[in-house]
Structure formats: structure tokens, C-alpha cells
Ligand binder design. Sequence first.
Ligand SMILES: [Mg+2]
Length: 315
Amino acid sequence: MSDGGTSDRARGVLLGLACGDALGRPVEFETPARFETPASIEREHGRVTEMLGHGTHGQPAGTVTDDTDLALCIARSLRDREGFDPADVAERFVAWLDGGPFDIGVTTREAIGSLRNGTPPDEAGQRVWERRSEGSNAGNGSVMRCAPHALAYHADDRLFRVSRESSAITHADPRCMWGCAALNRVLSALLDAAAPETAVERALDGIGDAPAALRDAVAGATDRDPSLLSASGYVVHTLETGLHHGLTAPSAEEAIVRAVNMGDDADTVGAVTGAVAGARFGATALPERWLDHIDEAEALRSLADALLALDPARP
Ligand SMILES: [Mg+2]
């Protein structure tokens, strides 16, 4: 466990997220599917423990994807606006989409496209959600990017509400909204050096109104048989698997490696796991050899410091 204090753990959240994203990016599923299973990753790479170049999306080693990009949008907005400003977050999302990202989820693309056409941020995700059917309406596209709120609101009762509203900009399914709230409450508890079981209890205390599938995933995450975990893009799976690895592995590195080697939605499951493990063990526990490859590392460090320093008494 880190003894580097809250600041080290806050940096760990954002840097851990980026590490999981970048380590998983080369082995994320593609359409047509490749490197989708642990067996196919094993055949191609052995156990993925180093930042790899090429692979899915054909990028250099250490390249982050939409998970980190969108978390950066939120983190910069929180810093510059000194709190959650949905219109400002939406503007940054639109600018990011206009930059032509190489990795983007279907729901996120539709919702940000709608924002660009003038839909208000509190309606865009809802409109997309209403068009989608069960089975494709509760993806992990908001839970992967929501962690910066846990830093900015870590000692603030508004964390649950802000996390849900931020999700709803693109992902308005209750499982997605409450998934962000649950993850962020776990992260904020870990920032205060809570033990994993305590962090889960604090999250459960605040998500009584969440759908049962989401509550059950949070409640059972640390006890689940690892062979029953899924690395799919369904938010309930991603959160459960991210919490499991992040809260039970013996080190931050091992947590992220375990998550990424499940394949499937490897970068996003890696990112959620990395945020949790980074909060638990601190940034100083993340491998330097990984961080050396991540161009955004310094920006993420200074954003973590800035978000943690926001005055909790701000309006
Ligand atoms: Mg991604």
C-alpha cells in the first residue's frame, strides 16, 4: 500500500487509467475481431506486460485511446471551470470528435454528434439511449472516463450526482450513470486510504437506487471467482472486472496486467482497473517503464494535483 499520501493516490488514479488504456490498446477487440481472447493474445504476444507498438489501431507503444482522451477533456474542464460544467465538457467532447480520434464507441459517437448539432448536454445521452435496444444500450463509454470527478469531488456529497450527470452527457442508461457514481465513490474512498472492503461499502451506501445488476456487481466484485469475470464492453461487466482486479491484485502492475490479458475490451477494462489500482497503490507504484512511454503522463500528474486542490466549498 502506498504511503505517499492523497496526492500520490490522486496521481495514481489518472496515471493508472492511462497505463491500463495504453497497455490494453494493442490487444483490444477490433471489427473484424482480432486478439479477442486470452488464448489469441497468448499466441501472439505471450503475457502482455510491456507497452507494445502496432496491434489494434496500429499505434506506437504507449499510445492512449478515447478512454484517456475523454478523461483528459473532463479533467481539464474541471480544472478550468473549477467544478463540473456540462456545457464546457460537451464542448471539449465535440472538439475531440472533430479531431478524428482513431478509437471511439458507437454510443459516444452518436451522442457527441448530437451535441455538435445543438442538443443540450443533459439530453444528448438520453436521446441516443432511447434509440438503442437492450444489449447495446449500456456500454462502458462513460465509466472509462469518469474518474477525474472523484478527484475534484473526493470529499464532497455532490460526487454521486455529478458522476451521474457527467455520464448522461453520452450514456444515460441508469446502469451507466450509477456505474460512474459507484466507481467514483470507490476511488474517493481509496484516496482517503480506505481499505478495499470499506471502499466498496461506501459505494454501496450511496447506490441504493441503482439497478440491481449494477449493485450486485459492485457488492460481489471482490469475491467473484475470476474465471467468471467478463471483459466485455457492458458497463456492469467492466465495472465488476475493474473493481475485482483493482481491489484484489497484490500490486498495481499485476492488477493492470491481469485486466489487459483478458482481451476483449482490453483498453477500457485496463483503464478502469488502472484507476482503481492507481488509487489504491499510488502513482509511485506504477512502473516507470510504462509511464516513460505515455506522452500525457506529465499533464495527467499536474491535472491530478489541480483537481485535488479545488476548494470543496466552491459552489
Ligand atoms: Mg479505448
